[in-house]
Write a protein that binds this ligand. Structure first.
Ligand code: HEC
Ligand code: HEC
Length: 214
């Protein structure tokens, strides 16, 4: 075999090995993600469609950047630290079990890859037509279809449980969420929640958001 022939054979071998090694490590990463998700499933459900009794929202198919942002906030104590944040305090220790940024990335990718679920409506008395008008100021950060806006850190809202959305709006308004030092994006939303005069306004907007579920 000529020198160039040997080189070609070696290169071909390296390429095929590279693919094999890459494939194996990818499979390991998937395995690790599935392993990490087992804990999440105990509260969020096997299909991550949420569990009202545990107060755990639907997270299946949630944008990867948003899952990562929220897990990081829980881990770093920007969320789930307020004394009145009963549900956030349930989630915070779970985020603390994710020991590295890589684990956060892996489990976030796993959650994002799951098919989004359509949450059942649990709230009553919201007027979706009125809510559509009231939703106009939210579009800039959350998108017309509630798909979320990464540039402004506005969380995706479509396909999220209505009872969870109401709790979050109330939490922001009461300063239970978005009030920690250094939580600039939480502070943005906290300021916005101040414009929501009462629970009826919140319920109307949420009734509209529920129509956006895909
Ligand atoms: C002990 C129950 C429990 C377990 C286990 C759990 N969670 Fe949660 N999770 C919750 C609760 C309750 C909330 C709602 C917190 C709130 O109301 O602020 C939540 C909220 C979240 C949110 C925020 C959703 C949003 O729209 O901002 C994400 C993301 C999340 N969990 C991901 C995970 C992942 C990933 C795991 C596994 C590593 C996990 N959770 C394990 C109970 C749990
Ligand atoms: C200036 C930008 C901005 C505007 C306008 C805005 N939001 Fe937000 N909103 C955010 C950000 C940023 C977050 C994420 C905060 C965090 O990371 O804790 C958020 C989070 C939320 C959440 C929590 C979602 C979850 O999964 O936990 C809800 C609910 C919400 N916003 C509803 C609304 C509604 C309803 C309006 C309109 C009345 C609105 N927002 C207007 C920036 C905005």
């Amino acid at each position: 075999m000529s020198v160039s022939g040997k080189f070609c054979a070696a290169a071909a071998l390296a390429v095929s090995l590279g693919i094999a090694v890459g494939g194996a490590s990818l499979a390991r990463a998937d395995e690790r993600a599935a392993e990490l998700f087992q804990l999440c499933a105990t509260c969020h459900g096997d299909d991550a469609s949420g569990n009202f009794l545990y107060g755990a929202p639907a997270i299946a198919g949630m944008a990867e950047w948003s899952v990562k942002t929220q897990l990081t906030k829980f881990r770093d104590g920007q969320r789930g630290m307020h004394f009145d944040d009963i549900f956030g305090m349930r989630m915070r220790p779970m985020a603390l079990t994710l020991r590295s940024d890589e684990d956060i990335d892996r489990v976030a990718a796993h959650v994002a890859s799951m098919p989004a679920t359509r949450p059942e409506a649990e709230l009553h008395g919201g007027d979706a037509a009125n809510g559509k008008t009231l939703y106009a100021p939210c579009v800039a950060c959350h998108g017309m279809d509630g798909e979320g806006r990464e540039q402004l850190s506005g969380s995706p809202l479509a396909n999220v449980s209505d009872w969870y959305l109401l709790r979050q709006l109330e939490n922001f308004k009461a300063g239970v969420r978005g009030g920690r030092p250094g939580d600039q994006t939480g502070a943005m939303m906290r300021a916005m929640s101040g414009t929501l005069s009462d629970e009826q306004v919140m319920k109307d907007i949420i009734a509209h958001i529920m129509t956006l579920a895909k």
